[in-house]
Design a protein around this ligand. Structure first.
Ligand code: FMN
Length: 326
């Protein structure tokens, strides 16, 4: 890659989703490889003590970088955790010779600038089965699995546990402080801006509590009210992995990347419901209640939304910390 191509690849990698838009990644380039490194200063100390979500966020950036390299018509081999003596080095992408991008990869690449987290109401058109199976195949290709929670019992269990997790988290002042630290009221190149939050119409509420970034406590405002507004029951999808270690978390991030881009390509949107897998007790209850052998990593609500990308990204100068490319 030359300097211009490297710029494009790192800019594209940063379009990946990350928890609270922390963008906890750094890049180092040589002529034939790109290293993706963790930036521990951008880890959420309270919400992500184990760095699980940091690894998932960086795994998504790895997948976005891979797609950008493929879109240059070059081959790319990804190695996760290539060196045991360098724990911050999460992945090496080795760039090879000419190799035409596959049509499926091209579609995901094209979808990336349109992808965003949609926190608003979704309409209730059913999700096409072919999209669900494409997502499951894409996740399996990078070593993860998806479970579509379409059985009423499974869906209810997940909704109840998200509620429980949200209640546990919201009671802790450290949780609120961390959200405040990553909230942005004007355009910024990281964090969650006002423009990425959505004020729901007064006559509508999701049956699953969405993470409360605004402090408005929308969900609880409606709980127990007799004149309940329209309750929205979105499709829920669980992304998981067989293991629960750093490698599994990076794989989950790669799977999250392709799953979200597959959704965008199909005109769908999503929002992670991270609370349930952040609280150890609800994560275990979800795993047992669904009878899973593997580990739940991220629950998502899916549907047809109405918004567009609203969060910022740090410039290449901030993320590309060393380059031997001229
Ligand atoms: C591991 C992970 C967990 C996330 N958890 C949540 C969540 O619980 N609620 C939410 O609204 N967004 C969640 N997000 C979405 C991020 O906030 C979002 O990706 C980030 O703000 C960048 O915005 P964008 O996705 O619109 O580009 C999560 C993202 C990742 C990668």
């Amino acid at each position: 890659m030359n300097a211009e191509e490297l710029d494009l690849v790192t800019t594209f990698a940063s379009l990946a989703p990350s928890v609270h838009n922390t963008q906890p990644w750094q890049f180092i380039a040589t002529e034939h490889s790109l290293e993706v490194r963790a930036d521990p200063a951008r880890r959420l100390d309270f919400l992500d003590e184990s760095s699980r979500q940091l690894h998932m966020s960086c795994g998504a950036a790895v997948e976005f970088a891979r797609l950008a390299i493929r879109a240059l018509g070059l081959s790319c081999i990804v190695r996760l955790l290539p060196r045991a003596d360098d724990p911050l080095l999460l992945a090496t992408l080795t760039v090879g010779g000419q190799s035409a991008i596959r049509p499926g990869e091209q579609r995901l690449y094209d979808a990336a600038p349109r992808r965003y987290t949609d926190r608003g109401p979704y309409d209730d058109s059913p999700l096409p089965n072919r999209v669900l199976s494409r997502m499951a195949d894409a996740a399996a290709e990078v070593g993860c699995w998806l479970r579509f929670l379409d059985r009423p019992g499974d869906r209810l269990l997940a909704a109840v546990l998200v509620q429980k997790a949200e209640e546990i988290e919201i009671q802790d002042p450290r949780y609120r402080d961390e959200i405040d630290q990553w909230r942005r009221h004007d355009y910024a190149d990281d964090g969650v801006p006002d423009a990425a939050l959505y004020e729901w119409p007064a006559d509508r509420v999701s049956d699953v509590p969405l993470r409360d970034f605004s402090g408005a406590d929308e969900h609880r405002r409606f709980a127990g009210r007799r004149d309940r507004p329209d309750v929205e029951r979105d499709a829920l999808l669980l992304l998981g992995s067989d293991g629960d270690d750093r490698l599994s978390w990076l794989r989950t991030g790669r799977a999250l990347g392709v799953v979200l881009l597959t959704l965008t390509d199909a005109g769908l949107v999503s929002q992670p419901l991270g609370q349930v897998t952040e609280v150890a007790a609800t994560r275990t209850q979800l795993q047992r209640g669904l009878g899973l052998l593997g580990h739940p990593q991220l629950l998502l609500r899916l549907g047809y939304g109405h918004g567009r990308p609203a969060t910022g990204r740090r410039p290449v100068e901030d993320t590309l910390i060393a380059s031997a490319v001229s």
